[in-house]
Every structure is written in structure tokens, then in C-alpha cells.
Design a binder for this molecule. Structure first.
Ligand code: CAA
Length: 381
């Protein structure tokens, strides 16, 4: 892996950093308190090319690659993890349609996702009884003439109430994993019912809803990939998505660390700034080391994906390590702030809440370990 950034990667990172620091970070606390999805900010992300960082220019993407995408995600997450998860899922949907779609699907939907015209993309795989085991999902799609008719429900759908373009998995035959197919569904389609916004511990300005499909008719040409290929599409999308969440965890970890360094330099106890004591300094040294290890794992997985190498194992390692790092770092950040870490005047309580879901979504830490073991056994055996 080349550790030097290219001109393009630096440009994307700096563009994301400037926007994140100047426009997103100042709003993050209010958006979190008001549970408000930042529609305007999102349109601007599209204008800046941050909703299609790894998508072809032909479809409105930045064509800047996966490393640039991971760097942009780190910057956005350091400012506001909620905004960054909607950005991650939108990039993920665009990449899936670009990889498996027909030219017409790319023309119609990738452009809308990358430009921000669709506002956001949603990834509708999980169901109330099927999260880690998507092969058990029950939503059905039945072909009737020139439409597919979808029935069933989805759970934990990021940006679901705002998404103009969704990728939705449904069962087209009873054959377990092999009976799943993937569909592109437009927001506002008749029979697609948006459930209530979940009242979450963290990521409060990210919109999370359930979806119900009641005889929802989707044009036959909106089948994405081949019939029965849906499970594979989900796995391929999630491999890439895990790099995005690993990058998000790195961003939150960095924000927590930076806020804490500023605090311990200022806060006095026993006649000196608490950052002069060995105890806090050793904690901060461990936090910094874990953060940088997570960043390296994340950029390695991104670089392998960009080069077209197999990267499932590395993406899962990055996601596992980075999400566990962000939770440890945010926990120590709260501890080093003392009582001030527990109130919302300081941002570390939000970082602590936002980090928590990172070991759960896009595959729990336990699912990442399953993937790492499976792929390592192939390599070592
Ligand atoms: N790429 C391509 N194909 C893959 C693959 C990959 N990464 N992983 C598996 N496959 C293929 C296998 O080769 C196999 O194909 P064959 O049957 O032809 O041999 C098939 O898929 C089944 O593979 P497994 O037997 O390994 O599948 P499994 O049922 O045991 O499941 C799992 C494996 C890793 C646990 C998987 O189910 C999984 O990743 N679960 C977690 C799901 C998840 O991450 N959900 C998150 C929801 S999205 C979200 O959170 C988004 C958000 O809004 C933030």
C-alpha cells in the first residue's frame, strides 16, 4: 500500500474537511438535539461530488476512488456521524447500481444519487426478524406481467423517509440465500409505506425508519442484477459498506481524541493542567495509537478494493477494529472530561452515543469475526 496520498485524494479529503468543519460541525449539536435530517447540507454534498466519490464521472461521480472516499468519510464523521452515515449509504447504493445495473439503470439512478437529486439512497436489506442472517428475510417479490409486486417489511432503514432511490431485497423463490433478488425502488412509489422515525441513542439526526411494502408495484426493469443473485449483491455491497463504516468510526474516534486533548490542556487540577499528569497522558497515547492503527487498516482495505483485489477479510478487519476503537476512545474521552463528559455542553457525550451503533450496523462485530475467520481459513488452509 502506498502511504502517500495522490493529488486527487488530497483534494477530496481537503474539500470534505473544509465543508465538514465550516458547515457541518457547527450544526451537529442542534441537528442531534432536534433529530433533524440535514436536507440542505445533503444537496450540497451532492454538488461537491461527495455522494459519488468512487463513481464514474459519466454518471456524475467524482471518479476519485475508494481511498479518497474513505478519507472523505473520516472528515465528515469527525464533524457529524449522522450526516456521514447517510453519505455512506448513498455512496454504497450508487456503487451497487453502478456495478450490477444496466446502462439504463445507471443513467437513471446513479446520476440521481451522485448529484444529490435523490437526496439520499437507502439500503433495505434488514427485516424485523432478520439482521445478521439476511438469508432468512421474508419480504416477497412476485412477477406479474411487467411489474414485480413487493410485500413485506424492512427494519432500521437509514434515510428511509428521505430517500429518492432505494435498493430493496426480496424473496423471489423459497431457496434460502439463493432465493433473494434485489430491486431498485423509487421513494414515493405507491404501496411503499414509511414507518415512524426510530428514537435512537445516537446518530439522532440520521433518519431511521421501518418500511412496509403493500402490493408495491416495481417495474420489471428495476430488477438489479439477475433474479436469485440478490444475496451476492448484498454481500458485495456490504464489503464496500464496511470500509465506509470503518472510516466513520475513525472520524468519530479522531473527533473524540482531539476534543479531549484540548480539554486536558485546559482543565486544571491539583495545581496543573490534567494533561500534565502521567495517567491521562498514557490514556491519550493508547487512544492515539489505536486510532492510527484503525486508520491504517481502513485505508489498506480501501486501497485493495481500489486495486480490484479481494478485500472482504480486510474490510471486516477494518470495520471490527475501527468500531471497537471508536467505542473505547469515546469512552475514555468521556472519562477524561469527568462530569463535563456527561453533559451535552461538550461534544464527547454525542461521540460516545454515536460510536455505539458502529459495532452493530453493517454487520455486528461477531459477523465481522465470522467473515475474518472464513476468509483467513481459506488463505491459511
Ligand atoms: N462476496 C461475494 N459473494 C459472497 C460474499 C462476498 N463477500 N460472501 C458470501 N458470498 C457468497 C458465498 O460465496 C456463497 O455463495 P455460494 O452459495 O454460491 O457458495 C453465498 O454467498 C453464501 O455465503 P455464506 O454461506 O458465507 O452465507 P451465510 O448465510 O453463512 O452468511 C454472513 C454469511 C457473513 C453472516 C452474512 O449473512 C452477513 O454478512 N450478515 C450480516 C448482514 C449485515 O451486515 N447486515 C447489515 C445491514 S445493512 C446496514 O446496516 C446498513 C445501514 O443502514 C447502515
Amino acid at each position: 500500500m502506498n502511504l502517500e496520498l495522490t493529488e486527487t485524494q488530497t483534494l477530496i479529503r481537503d474539500t470534505a474537511r473544509k465543508f465538514a468543519r465550516e458547515r457541518v460541525a457547527p450544526l451537529a449539536r442542534t441537528l442531534d438535539r432536534e433529530e433533524r435530517f440535514p436536507t440542505d447540507l445533503f444537496r450540497q454534498l451532492g454538488e461537491m461530488g461527495l455522494l459519488g466519490v468512487n463513481l464514474p464521472a459519466r454518471y456524475g461521480g467524482s471518479e476519485a476512488g475508494v481511498v479518497a472516499y474513505a478519507l472523505a468519510m473520516m472528515e465528515m464523521a469527525a464533524a457529524d456521524a449522522s450526516t456521514s452515515v447517510a453519505m455512506a449509504v448513498t455512496n454504497m447504493c450508487g456503487e451497487l447500481i453502478n456495478a450490477f445495473g444496466t446502462d439504463a439503470q445507471r443513467e437513471k439512478y446513479v446520476t440521481r444519487l451522485a448529484s444529490g437529486e435523490a437526496i439520499a439512497g437507502s439500503f433495505a436489506l434488514s427485516e424485523p426478524h432478520a439482521g445478521s442472517d439476511p438469508g432468512a428475510l421474508r419480504t416477497t417479490a412476485v412477477r406479474r406481467g411487467d411489474v414485480w409486486v413487493l410485500n413485506g417489511s424492512k427494519q432500521w432503514i437509514t434515510s428511509g423517509a428521505y430517500a429518492g432511490v432505494m435498493v430493496v431485497w426480496a424473496r423471489t423463490s423459497p431457496a434460502g440465500n439463493k432465493g433473494l433478488s434485489c430491486f431498485i425502488v423509487e421513494g414515493g412509489t405507491k404501496g411503499l409505506i414509511i414507518g415512524k422515525h426510530e428514537d435512537k441513542m445516537g446518530l439522532r439526526s440520521s433518519n431511521t425508519v421501518s418500511l412496509t411494502f403493500e402490493d408495491c408495484e416495481v417495474p420489471a426493469e428495476n430488477l438489479l442484477g439477475a433474479e436469485g443473485q440478490g444475496f451476492k449483491l448484498a454481500m458485495v455491497a456490504l464489503d464496500g459498506g464496511r470500509i465506509g463504516i470503518a472510516a466513520q468510526a475513525c472520524g468519530v474516534g479522531r473527533a473524540a481524541l482531539e476534543a479531549t486533548v484540548a480539554y486536558v490542556k485546559d482543565r486544571q487540577a491539583f495545581g496543573q493542567p490534567i494533561g500534565e499528569f502521567q495517567g491521562p497522558r498514557f490514556m491519550l497515547a493508547d487512544m492515539q495509537t489505536q486510532l492510527e492503527a484503525a486508520e491504517l487498516l481502513t485505508l489498506r482495505a480501501a486501497s485493495m478494493k481500489e486495486k480490484g483485489q479481494p478485500f472482504s477479510r480486510e474490510a471486516s478487519m477494518a470495520k471490527l477494529f475501527a468500531s471497537e476503537m471508536s467505542n473505547k476512545v469515546a469512552d475514555k474521552a468521556v472519562q477524561l472530561h469527568g462530569g463535563y463528559g456527561y453533559i451535552d455542553e461538550f461534544p464527547v457525550e454525542r461521540f460516545f452515543r454515536d460510536a455505539r451503533v458502529q459495532t452493530i450496523y453493517e454487520g455486528t462485530s461477531e459477523v465481522q469475526r465470522m467473515v475474518i475467520a472464513r476468509e483467513s481459513f481459506k488463505l491459511l488452509g
